[in-house]
Ligand binder design. Structure first.
Ligand code: PHE
Ligand code: FE
Length: 299
């Protein structure tokens, strides 16, 4: 690794008008594996087993197969140093430890260089179902398995390069690109032979949303469409109102291949769509009933 290391520090929180938010730090840290407590390993084991029990038949077969291929298991928190040789060999990616959310440009630069930042600390036993920021379980269990897939691995690196570019263009471009990440990497569904499956990390790391996104009639399930997604606001505090469905990882790669600059320019003049809306031209797999939706709060 060519990045400077620091000693691990817990993320500090600051009270702002959005509540307590983590103070972002760019530090890359060595995973303090020896310092995980028995309770930390137990949280990992509990969440790992709980998700692996409900994900067969719900998660993308590729996600499940690659998670196994990596050697992730419930018995203890995996060591980044054990996973990295496997991952490097498969797709050239490696995991780096971080304190938590990174500033945008730092994050994009890591991705562009095939470094995936993984939060080193894990949630507490009273936070199994919800926490407001990514932890080790979300990052490692949710994001890392698909980095073993060559097409998805290329998509993530291309996204990183696209992020660096969008950052140079401006805030509107970043908003459009962030929505793409949200509706694919974090909350994407994929159509497999047997039916709709989950590949988004925000879903696979959540028991409630893993069931809700496929089985509930409340949310929209709509075919992937790049510009449609770039215009669609989303939820950060509740289950998504809309999920977008890809046909294959190849489709994702191909649809995002063209230069986004003219798209950003065009979209800057157009209004955004509410998170739960259905638009003309949508390929609708499920038109959401909207049950349980809050009216405001789309970001
Ligand atoms: N093609 C995009 C651009 O020109 C980059 C990109 C690729 C973004 C893949 C996201 C995913 O900006
Ligand atoms: Fe995430």
């Amino acid at each position: 690794m060519e990045v400077a290391m620091d000693t691990p520090r817990r993320v500090e929180h600051q009270l702002t008008d959005k509540g307590y938010v983590p103070v972002y730090t760019t530090a890359v840290v060595e995973q303090p594996w020896g310092e995980y407590t028995a309770s930390d390993h137990e949280v990992w084991a509990t969440l790992f087993k709980r998700q692996r029990e409900i994900l067969p038949g719900r998660a993308s077969s590729e996600f499940l197969a690659q998670q196994e291929a990596m050697g992730m298991a419930s018995d203890q928190i995996p060591k980044f140093d054990d996973l990295n040789p496997v991952l490097r060999k498969a797709t050239g990616w490696e995991l780096i430890g971080v304190e938590g959310l990174l500033p945008e440009l730092t994050f994009f630069e890591h991705l562009a260089n095939r470094r995936f930042p993984v939060t080193w600390w894990i949630r507490k036993p009273d936070q199994l179902d919800y926490l407001s920021e990514p932890d080790l379980f979300h990052d490692l269990f949710g994001h890392v398995p698909l980095l073993m897939n060559p097409v998805f691995a290329d998509y993530m690196a291309a996204y990183g390069r696209g992020g660096v570019k969008a950052h140079g263009i401006g805030q509107d471009a970043l908003v459009n690109l962030t929505r793409l990440y949200w509706y694919t990497v974090e909350f994407g569904l994929i159509r497999e032979k047997q039916g709709l499956r989950i590949y988004g990390s925000g879903i696979v790391s959540s028991k409630g949303e893993s069931i809700h996104c496929l089985e509930s009639k409340a949310p929209n399930r709509i075919g992937f469409d790049l510009e449609r997604i770039m215009r669609t606001r989303y939820r950060i505090d509740t289950f998504q109102k809309t999920y977008f469905v890809i046909d294959s990882y190849e489709q994702l790669m191909e649809a995002t291949g063209p230069d986004f600059s003219p798209i950003y320019e065009k979209l800057a003049a157009l209004p955004s769509f509410p998170a739960g809306s259905v638009q003309d031209g949508d390929q609708v797999f499920n038109r959401g009933t909207g049950e349980g939706w809050l009216d405001d709060g789309d970001v």
